[in-house]
Write a protein of this length. Structure first.
Length: 255
């Protein structure tokens, strides 16, 4: 959040300092507004960006490796040869109570507005289990995200809201780390239980598919993870992105 500047005048200036500072600020603002933008400098208008028909929302699994242009949405975009808009925010939750930061994207449901894309790629729930309840005594939180029968909770509610626009959904599961130890190993049982519920939910809501990545990482292979052992490496994001793109192509022959 940006911090504002506070200008104060010394007592012996009798307001001269304030008037001078006000005049200086006004002059800077006028000069700034009069500067030509990039389009004027180049003598041509910036071309309009194509409208993305695929939207990606979620947490750091989705957003990771964006700076390297190898995040999951970027890989999908490259393979399908069409734009994919990503609104994913690292640290985002499915259940998030704070109103301002929640509306800014920390609540995953807030990342989806009134659009009507063809496809929405979704990740989420891991931060709720790891940061929300420490992957211990998470039954209540898990029930609030998705019930055992897959019919109620924040996740099914979001899926139905997306489906009301006509968009189809690919819900992407998390990586596993078989054969080696990470700082989130204690979350394995909760993660498996959560994704089992997502699979049940997807079978009940038409137009929603759950894409598990539980089998993606070979035993003892650390190359699919970043150095922190939590997030995907470029190799991991690329592998997941390829799976997502393949599923969309299989289900949507126009792509």
């Amino acid at each position: 959040m940006r911090r504002g500047w506070v200008a104060t005048a010394e007592p012996n200036t009798k307001g001269v300092g304030v008037r001078f500072l006000s005049t200086l600020i006004a002059a800077i603002l006028v000069a700034t507004l009069c500067l030509p933008g990039p389009a004027a400098t180049q003598g041509a208008e910036e071309p309009a960006r194509p409208t993305a028909r695929i939207l990606a929302i979620g947490d750091s699994l989705m957003a990771w490796n964006s700076l390297a242009a190898r995040s999951i949405p970027q890989v999908v975009s490259t393979i399908l040869k069409e734009p994919v808009e990503s609104r994913a925010v690292s640290g985002a939750h499915m259940i998030y109570a704070l109103p301002i930061t929640g509306a800014m994207g920390m609540r995953i449901s807030a990342q989806f507005g009134k659009e009507n894309p063809d496809w929405v790629i979704v990740t989420g729930g891991g931060n709720d289990l790891w940061l929300g309840c420490g992957c211990s005594r998470c039954q209540r939180r898990m029930d609030r995200m998705v019930s055992p029968d897959g019919k109620t909770g924040a996740v099914p509610d979001l899926m139905r809201r997306i489906r009301q626009t006509g968009a189809r959904v690919v819900y992407v599961g998390y990586l596993r780390s078989p054969g080696w130890t990470t700082v989130i190993d204690h979350c394995r049982n909760e993660g498996d239980a959560f994704e089992a519920r997502l699979s049940v939910m997807a079978r009940q809501i038409e137009g929603v598919w759950f894409l598990s990545n539980a089998d993606l990482v070979p035993y003892g292979d650390t190359s699919f993870h970043a150095a922190d052992g939590i997030h995907p490496s470029v190799k991991g994001s690329t592998a997941i992105g390829k799976r997502v793109a393949a599923l969309i192509r299989k289900l949507d022959r126009q792509r």
